[in-house]
Design a protein around this ligand. Structure first.
Ligand code: ADP
Ligand code: ADP
Length: 237
């Protein structure tokens, strides 16, 4: 579904990602496992061409490989991003945050462009999926960390993505909440047939949820396989 061909990323004196060639498969829950600085964010941002320093070729099915502005826009609409710091707009409600992911900041903030009933329904449905329908009108800065990350998931769902890329989505949560949020993300992706690539540094969570683990260390792929075969080499503590 996404093919990396000899893809690498370098800064002046650092190779953030050594040349890598591999494919990300449709419908799978792929975990990028590695410690801080291993190259997880860099790798993720190659998958939707969000990095300005990519060498090599990224091919995505449904696109002919000509990455003009229009193709990039389409790719980003089809690819939902979830971040560690969830990047919500603090003073806005959960619902407004969810709708902004789909319809853009200005269309929601300005009452000049009120959203249709269908659009609002999509936002509410997304919040319902993550169990936060009753918090739709709460300001997100009044929600717990786990709830905020679930709003982040709802925001991505409202985008109706084919693929979700999540960069350390549970890194700032306590272990129990981290497990809950990842369980939710995992089950939604499975139910909706969404392909996911999720970066994590927790080996136990990777083992529990991944269909496939790609282990990164020092910007290199050091492991690529099913969780059952994860070796010490794939784990850089
Ligand atoms: P991770 O997400 O696993 O923490 P990153 O992909 O953020 O890793 O970083 C991989 C490597 O690239 C690190 O060594 C990091 O220091 C380096 N790097 C990332 N961004 C920059 C930058 N803007 N300038 C120089 N080096 C960078
Ligand atoms: P990161 O987010 O990991 O730091 P980016 O690729 O976003 O990496 O770039 C970090 C900084 O380097 C940004 O300020 C960006 O404008 C600048 N930068 C990125 N790519 C180039 C490039 N090819 N030439 C010059 N500056 C660049």
């Amino acid at each position: 579904m996404i093919q990396l061909e000899n893809v690498s990323v370098r800064y002046e004196d650092t190779v953030a990602l050594h040349p890598v060639s591999l494919g990300i498969h449709e419908g799978q829950f792929t975990v990028l496992l590695g410690s801080s600085g291993a190259g997880k964010s860099t790798f993720l941002r190659c998958l939707n061409l969000m990095h300005s320093r990519i060498s090599g070729r990224v091919r995505v099915s449904g696109f002919d490989g000509n990455w003009n502005r229009k193709a990039l826009q389409k790719l980003r609409r089809e690819t939902g991003m979830i971040f560690q710091q969830h990047q919500l707009i603090e003073r806005q409600s959960a619902l407004q945050n969810v709708l902004m992911g789909r319809f853009g900041y200005h269309s929601v903030l300005r009452s000049l462009f009120p959203l249709s009933e269908a659009e609002q329904k999509l936002g509410l449905q997304s919040l319902k999926r993550v169990g936060l329908l009753d918090k739709a009108l709460c300001r997100v800065d009044q929600l717990s960390g786990g709830q905020q990350q679930r709003v982040g998931i709802a925001r991505v769902l409202a985008q109706q993505p084919k693929t979700i890329l999540a960069d350390e989505p549970v890194a700032s949560l306590d272990p129990a909440t981290a497990d809950e949020v990842l369980e939710l993300l995992h089950s939604i992706c499975r139910e909706d047939g969404i392909s996911a690539v999720v970066s994590l540094h927790q080996v136990d969570l990777a083992r529990k949820y991944a269909d496939r683990i790609i282990g990164l260390a020092g910007g290199r792929v050091v492991f690529d396989g099913v969780p059952e075969t994860l070796t010490e080499a794939g784990i850089e503590e």
